[in-house]
Write a protein that binds this ligand. Structure first.
Ligand SMILES: NC(=O)C1=CN([C@@H]2O[C@H](COP(=O)(O)OP(=O)(O)OC[C@H]3O[C@@H](n4cnc5c(N)ncnc54)[C@H](OP(=O)(O)O)[C@@H]3O)[C@@H](O)[C@H]2O)C=CC1
Ligand SMILES: O=C1O[C@H](COP(=O)(O)O)[C@@H](O)[C@H](O)[C@H]1O
Length: 524
């Protein structure tokens, strides 16, 4: 079949075109958009959502006729809101300061409860006042809220705040439930109120440059696709590391743990994009259909598939590094919640049978890094006395976006020695002028444009919980003790041993010579 079989939803390639039409700053008129930020007084709102809206406004990427209404229980004036968010916004010069005032002028704030219909009715009236004179009004509802109020807030949005003249889109942040049943309950609740195409479940990793690049690297090149299979690939590692601990967020983190915080969503989403078959087109539903198929080929994980860790303080460390997870006063005493996890997944299909997919994530490790490492099989019929190291294709998501291929070459000169080297696409070298937008900026633009490709569909979510729920329940019911690892280390040694026991080869011989000598953290 050709690639244009499906016509269900907008193609991500059309997003920019659609936005350009909507963001025509030279003309008045057009649709009016009201962006509601629920939980406007909170952390996520001030650290992420408002700074993102500001960046989009500054870069003229959101439609001109857009107003923003913050809503939360706390009573705030717009001036107070401005003070809150200003701490997270850097203004370059006077012209940006002037623009920022214009952005603030687009904002208003309403305080009210999350469970009273009268409060939402009042919010709706406030919005209507700002929307007067427009025949078509679109509304975006961003839930920057704790999950316990998702249900009442969405119920009241539906009852009181939907626009009858334009589209309505609800953006929700994880956690989308706590396990299979709670997530299914939330999905049923949302489905009783909104159509699936009105719901945008954010996984901000899907908005990252290199995660979005996966589709193009895989399906826009001839060189990778033919070797993207069990015949050539020995293992795949998807890694997330952060060099800091819970930093006083331990109370929140402890109820989730690293598997729910990172692995079940961010890493699994990346895994889907790495492993899926080529979609019939680049349209949202075709991509999401393929992601679901990958998940359906994965068995539920068990305790045999996982290595768990929890960081302990480093007596010789400085500052936070001295303290372990259990020293965080917001963490319950004796908690066994993992702050590090390595999971082994298998995909039971023709392409991937037998290939281990390692997902590895940890807090308080040696470096900040997210990457995908595809390790190829040994060369068959060796004629170089075992000197060949396995090739690797590494896609570094952050920091310092890069794609590099590690391969063997002849050491230059008279000798016939083998040497490890790389083909290296480092973004800061190749794309000196490029500005890579923050993940949230891309995703919020996608919502304006009605492009759901980079959001999680309900069947993806349900499969993700199916895979992880029995494991999570076992970890919790058996209080599986996590292995200690020192703050600032690579995680428990047992995790490295586990990868090696399941087919990953580590040589420790590769040396990268950064052509610019500029800082790319090498945490080893
Ligand atoms: N364009 C660019 O910016 C490029 C940068 N580089 C840099 O060069 C450095 C080395 O490259 P890299 O590809 O990591 O190659 P390495 O061969 O050094 O490391 C490969 C893998 O081995 C793991 N590892 C490290 N130490 C151990 C250990 N003791 N036991 C088992 N596994 C281990 C790493 O894990 P872990 O994930 O925990 O670190 C990584 O998955 C990196 O910092 C990389 O960013 C290289 C090429 C291009
Ligand atoms: O979702 C989350 O992601 C952040 C890491 O995001 P990044 O874009 O900075 O890599 C993580 O710190 C947080 O615990 C988690 O909830």
């Amino acid at each position: 079949m050709g690639s244009n079989c499906s016509n269900k939803t907008s193609d991500p390639l059309d997003v920019m075109k659609a936005l350009r039409q909507q963001t025509d700053y030279n003309q008045g008129g057009g649709d009016h958009n009201t962006f509601f930020v629920f939980g406007a007084s909170g952390d996520l709102a001030k650290k992420k959502i408002y700074p993102t809206l500001w960046a989009l406004f500054r870069d003229r990427l959101i439609p001109k006729q857009t107003v923003i209404i913050g809503y939360a229980r706390t009573k705030l004036t717009v001036d107070e809101l401005k003070t809150n968010i200003s701490k997270y916004i850097k203004l370059k010069d006077d012209s940006e300061k002037e623009k920022f005032e214009k952005f603030i002028a687009k904002n208003s704030y309403v305080s009210g409860a999350y469970d009273e219909s009268a409060a939402f009715n009042h919010l709706n009236e406030s919005a209507q006042q700002l929307e007067q004179g427009f025949s078509k009004v679109n509304r975006l509802f961003y839930l920057a809220l704790p999950p316990n109020v998702f249900a009442p807030v969405t119920k009241h949005i539906k009852a009181e705040c939907m626009s009858p003249t334009g589209w309505n889109r609800v953006i929700i942040e994880k956690p989308f439930g706590h396990d299979f049943d709670s997530s299914a309950q939330l999905s049923r609740h949302l489905a009783s109120l909104f159509k699936e195409e009105e719901i945008y479940r954010i996984d901000h990793y899907l908005g990252k440059e290199m995660v979005q690049n996966l589709m193009i690297l895989r399906f826009g090149n001839r060189i990778f696709n033919p070797i993207w299979n069990r015949d050539n690939i020995a293992s795949i590692q998807i890694t997330f590391k952060e060099p800091f601990g819970t930093q006083g967020r331990g109370g929140y983190f402890d109820t989730f743990g690293i598997i729910r915080d990172i692995m079940q969503n961010h890493l699994l989403q990346i895994l889907c994009l790495v492993a899926m078959e080529k979609p019939v087109s680049s349209r949202a539903e075709d991509i999401r259909d393929e992601k679901v198929k990958v998940l359906k080929c994965m068995q539920t994980l068990t305790l045999d598939d996982i290595v768990l860790g929890q960081y302990v303080g480093n007596k010789k460390g400085e500052g936070d590094a001295k303290y372990g997870y259990l020293d965080d006063p917001t963490v319950p005493a004796g908690s066994t919640t993992p702050t590090f996890a390595l999971g082994l997944c298998r995909i039971n299909n023709e392409r991937w049978d037998g290939v281990p997919f390692f997902m590895r994530c940890g807090k308080a490790t040696n470096e900040r890094k997210a990457e995908i490492r595809i390790q190829f099989r040994d060369v068959a019929g060796d004629i170089f006395n075992g000197q060949c190291k396995r090739n690797e294709l590494v896609i570094r998501v952050q920091p310092g976006e890069a794609v590099y291929v590690k391969f063997m070459t002849k050491a230059p000169g008279m000798s016939f020695k083998l040497e490890e080297t790389e083909l290296d696409l480092t973004y800061t070298n190749r794309y000196k002028e490029a500005i890579l937008p923050d993940a949230y900026e891309r995703l919020i633009m996608d919502v304006f444009a009605g492009s759901p490709a980079n959001f999680v569909r309900s069947d993806e979510l349900s499969e993700a919980w199916r895979i992880f729920t029995p494991l999570l329940h076992s970890i919790e019911s058996q209080k599986v003790p996590p292995l200690p690892y020192t703050y600032g280390s690579r995680g428990p040694k047992q995790a490295d041993d586990f990868c090696i026991a399941h087919g990953f080869k580590f040589y420790g011989t590769y040396k990268w010579h950064n052509p610019n000598g500029n800082a790319v953290p090498n945490g080893k």
